[in-house]
Design a binder for this molecule. Structure first.
Ligand SMILES: [Zn+2]
Length: 257
């Protein structure tokens, strides 16, 4: 990855107060580590956070790679027999499962398009109301999606419905050290968004910078209870460390049906 590209990422991230340290090249670090997706590699960090740390071989962030590490840890040799569903059409888990799983379904959410229809070759799915039959998959994965879903509990419940008994949901969302999950926004009946405080948007690959409204800030302390309430029998948080450069562990929620 060229220096100019890293600098433009750093400048972009510096607009977010949370990542302002990324603007300082003095905070940038490089080091070797085992990439869960592509093996021994060089990592580059523009700040001590999983989201700011990337494998220079596959270019995935440590946040995305933590899902791959979790899939390997949970499923091991069984990955080659998995029928998997990833809630997006890109990313480290998508790339990994496309190569290693027995089958991979994937989707994006295109508002206004028919549920289950193909849009530019990508299946349209609203995770709050999936068109897949019950007990279709062994594994459902997702990176940075559920904080953007108006009814996250219904989404967890839908993921549970399409999993076979014993199947697992593995997902990453930003987890905060709050006593309880906070709702930032609600969806009005007419489709508009009612913000309960300062609006918060995140980037999306398809929609562009600051295009995805954020409905939730999930708490590390109640996320397991929220997910298990949707019908899962066991929920745990896996704290994944890929490289010391990431500064803090990258949490992945693991729920078993
Ligand atoms: Zn890699």
């Amino acid at each position: 990855m060229a220096f100019a590209r890293l600098r433009s990422i750093a400048r972009y991230l510096a607009r977010s107060r949370r990542f302002h340290a990324a603007a300082t090249p003095l905070a940038w670090r490089a080091g070797r580590a085992e990439c869960p997706a592509c093996g021994p590699s060089l990592f580059f960090s523009i700040g001590r956070h999983p989201f700011l740390t990337r494998c220079l071989s596959c270019r995935a962030t440590v946040t995305g790679l933590s899902l791959v590490a979790a899939i390997r840890r949970i499923h091991g040799e069984a990955i080659a027999r998995l029928c998997a569903y990833e809630l997006s059409s890109y990313g480290a888990a998508f790339d990994f499962l496309r190569v290693h799983a027995a089958g991979l379904s994937f989707s994006e959410y295109f508002p206004g398009e028919a549920p289950g229809a193909l849009v530019d070759g990508i299946r349209n799915e609203d995770v709050q109301d999936l068109t897949f039959p019950a007990e279709r998959f062994d594994l459902v994965t997702s990176n940075q999606v559920f904080e953007h879903v108006p009814d996250d509990l219904r989404a967890f419940s839908e993921c549970c419905r399409v999993l076979r008994p014993g199947g697992s949901l593995l997902f990453a969302v930003p987890l905060y050290d709050y006593a309880a999950t906070r709702r930032l926004a609600s969806r009005n009946a007419d489709g508009t968004i009612a913000w309960h405080g300062e609006p918060e948007f995140h980037d999306s690959r398809l929609g562009g910078p600051d295009s995805a409204p954020t409905f939730w800030r999930h708490s590390r302390h109640d996320i397991a209870a929220r997910v298990s309430g949707a019908g899962f029998t066991r929920v745990e948080i896996l704290d994944i460390v890929v490289t010391p450069l990431q500064g803090e562990p990258s949490p992945v929620v693991h729920a078993v049906k």
